[in-house]
Design a protein. Structure first.
Ligand SMILES: Nc1ncnc2c1ncn2[C@@H]1O[C@H](COP(=O)(O)OP(=O)(O)OP(=O)(O)O)[C@@H](O)[C@H]1O
Ligand SMILES: [Mg+2]
Lengths: 333, 273
């Protein structure tokens, strides 16, 4: 059995449909109409112990809804979920002992106390020993630079500072399962790369199982061997995005800058390669697009060097963004 | 023994929530004197009222002026407690629900009900230690105060009374999860609790049909009964049975809160994020 199992999971939100205006408000008093939003629509997946699963999708796709169900704060409309053998929304208090959660958009810390006080409270709640706690604090200070923040009340932290403290708080007890919903929101570049490194390290040394939701695909690229893409509540991709990139994004682009004016027909004539697509960028620059499986970039560059007089040549790899964008657009693979 | 240790560790954690609230309350000093003055004024007005009513050694339903002097002072202090519980439990829950802070508490291996209770207890401790003590000292020096007839049963009864209202306040807090605009509900409950628990006038002074209805409800257990014990109006047997009934009410209400909270969480939909 996998560590996290999700079977036929469905969640629909019931929302009260408000009528507008005074007349509407009056009607609302007597007759309420409801609307159902199908946030998660019959999804299935599982996560093995020690895996870092990327969970991505456009805004409103149902990512946070899924995470909320997996963390036990939301009850599904239908389907079955187990994490570590527990049903999160039924055995919530027991379940939350074994997980760490970061919702980048909201804090997990108590507003009215200083960061260090929240940490020591969490230490007691999760029964972390004092020596382990000190060690963790030191580690978090190195990675997240939270040392100077410890004596500031949570409500006075900036977004990035708060997220850093939140991450530390959620990992303080070395939970075996970690849910990260947009954990790098509002973080500066240095801290962000530190956190990535740290997550990777934690996963490698402790075998922590993680689900990571983010709009920053470079996080996914760096951390996740496997990703799910969800759109309108349905899973439209389950696999390795790196592989998908190699398979799906076959188009390559070479950008050529010239000393003389661009003459597309002339260049096409000179290169004599079929299935190239030329686009003029400006008077002295053009882009050549081709399918990497049909023509090798080396051949094209060879020809360019032989026949044209380039000032500069650049090869553009497709990014993971273009791949994901393509998957979002085609809806299913 | 191991069980006890575990229990003690958990208990210590919850008392830290009390401490947080206590310190938080301590930090609003301007507010401190404002509320103190307001409550003191109410006691003084009540006092002059009773002084007029019970002049020349008159009594009403067995209450002498001397009784009432003590009654209004203790009731005045108890209203700090009622307000602390309404604000610290019902209103707090409503606020946490709407701000999403509730979620963050659900993600911790901590009982939400106990977390809320203990925070409120921290607030009560503050009210008693600072405002309550101040009011009673002023009162004792200025007008005079009869000490409790039997302090231990009184304190026990007072604690059970607080627990009963904590249970009610928690249930009221739960209703705010389902009603969007709940300022009205919160105001109405606080006002009726003040009336029905006997902090305004002793309940025997109500019409007799009302008194007999109130016998079946938990409200008089909150303040009126502890006050009866304070004034020495209950015999030993009556005191024991009153304390028993209080315990039954306190546990019934809290157990109801426990289960209703469970079902409420199951129906919860969380806004945003
Ligand atoms: N409490 C709620 N009541 C009603 N509808 C909701 C509620 N929460 C979410 N939804 C709807 O459910 C759908 C999924 O929302 P969810 O928050 O899971 O999206 P998401 O994938 O996390 O998006 P984002 O990338 O913007 O964070 C959206 O259409 C949203 O409007
Ligand atoms: Mg989201």
């Amino acid at each position: 059995m996998a560590l996290i199992e999700v079977q036929n999971l469905t969640k629909s939100y019931k929302t009260f449909k408000r009528k507008e205006g005074l007349k509407g408000a009056f009607i609302n008093l007597f007759r309420r109409e409801y609307e159902f939003v199908q946030a998660v629509d019959n999804i299935n997946f599982h996560v093995e112990q020690g895996e870092i699963l990327g969970y991505i999708g456009p805004n409103g796709a149902g990512k946070s809804t899924t995470i909320k169900i997996l963390t036990g704060i939301l009850t599904p409309t239908d389907g079955k979920v187990t994490v570590n053998g527990l049903v999160p929304y039924k055995q919530r208090q027991q379940h939350v002992k074994n997980i760490g959660v970061v919702f980048g958009q909201r804090t997990q810390l108590w507003w009215d106390i200083a960061v260090i006080e929240a940490f020591t409270l969490l230490r007691d709640i999760y029964e972390v020993s004092k020596t382990d706690f000190q060690e963790q604090l030191k580690k978090f200070d190195e990675v997240l630079g939270i040392g100077p923040l410890l004596h500031i009340p949570v409500r006075k932290l900036s977004l990035g500072q708060r997220v850093r403290c939140d991450i530390a708080a959620s990992l303080l007890h070395n939970p075996p399962v970690v849910f990260l919903d947009e954990p790098t929101i509002g973080l500066d570049v240095a801290v962000k790369s530190n956190i990535r490194e740290f997550i990777k390290e934690m996963n490698a040394s402790l075998g922590t199982t993680m689900i990571l939701t983010t709009h920053d695909l470079s996080d996914i690229e760096y951390l996740c061997q496997r990703s799910l893409i969800i759109d309108q509540g349905k899973i439209i991709f389950d696999g390795d995005l790196q592989k998908a990139k190699d398979e799906l994004a076959r188009e390559r682009k070479i950008q050529v800058d010239l000393y003389e004016r661009v003459d597309i027909d002339g260049i096409r004539e000179q290169l004599k390669i079929a299935k190239l697509e030329f686009t003029r960028r400006n008077d002295y620059s053009l882009t050549i697009s081709f399918d990497k499986d049909e023509i090798s970039a080396i051949d094209i560059i060879q020809k360019i060097l032989d026949h044209l007089h380039p000032r500069d040549i650049k090869i553009e790899e497709p990014t993971i963004e273009t791949v994901v964008k393509e998957i979002y657009q085609k809806k299913s693979f | 023994m191991a069980h006890f240790r575990k229990f003690w560790i958990r208990f210590r954690i919850y008392t830290r929530f009390s401490k947080i609230r206590f310190i938080d309350r301590l930090s609003y000093r301007a507010h401190f004197f404002l509320v103190l003055t307001e409550y003191l004024l109410i006691i003084i007005v009540n006092y002059f009222l009773w002084k007029a009513i019970l002049a020349d050694g008159r009594t009403i339903r067995g209450y002498t002026l001397e009784d009432m002097v003590t009654y209004v002072a203790i009731a005045g202090v108890f209203r700090f407690i009622i307000n602390e519980l309404s604000g610290g439990i019902s209103r707090e829950m409503s606020g946490q629900y709407h701000s999403g802070e509730l979620i963050m508490n659900l993600l911790k291996p901590v009982s939400y009900q106990l977390y809320i209770y203990f925070r409120a207890f921290g607030g009560i401790l503050f009210q008693l230690l600072f405002r309550g003590a101040t009011v009673l000292t002023i009162w004792a020096l200025w007008v005079g105060l009869t000490p409790p007839d039997s302090p231990v049963p009184f304190i026990m009864s007072l604690i059970f009374g607080v627990l009963i209202y904590a249970g009610i306040a928690f249930l009221v807090g739960l209703t705010t999860f389902h009603i969007e605009n709940n300022a009205g509900v919160l105001f109405a409950t606080t006002a009726s609790i003040e009336l029905l628990s006997g902090t305004l006038i002793p309940l025997v002074m109500f019409p007799s049909w009302m008194v007999s209805i109130l016998d079946y409800l938990p409200f008089k257990m909150i303040f009126y009964i502890p006050m009866q014990i304070y004034l020495g109006r209950l015999g030993v047997e009556e005191t024991v049975s009153a304390l028993t009934v209080q315990v039954i009410w306190a546990s019934t209400l809290s157990i109801a809160g426990f289960f209703l909270f469970k079902t409420s969480v199951r129906k919860l939909t969380i806004q945003g994020g």
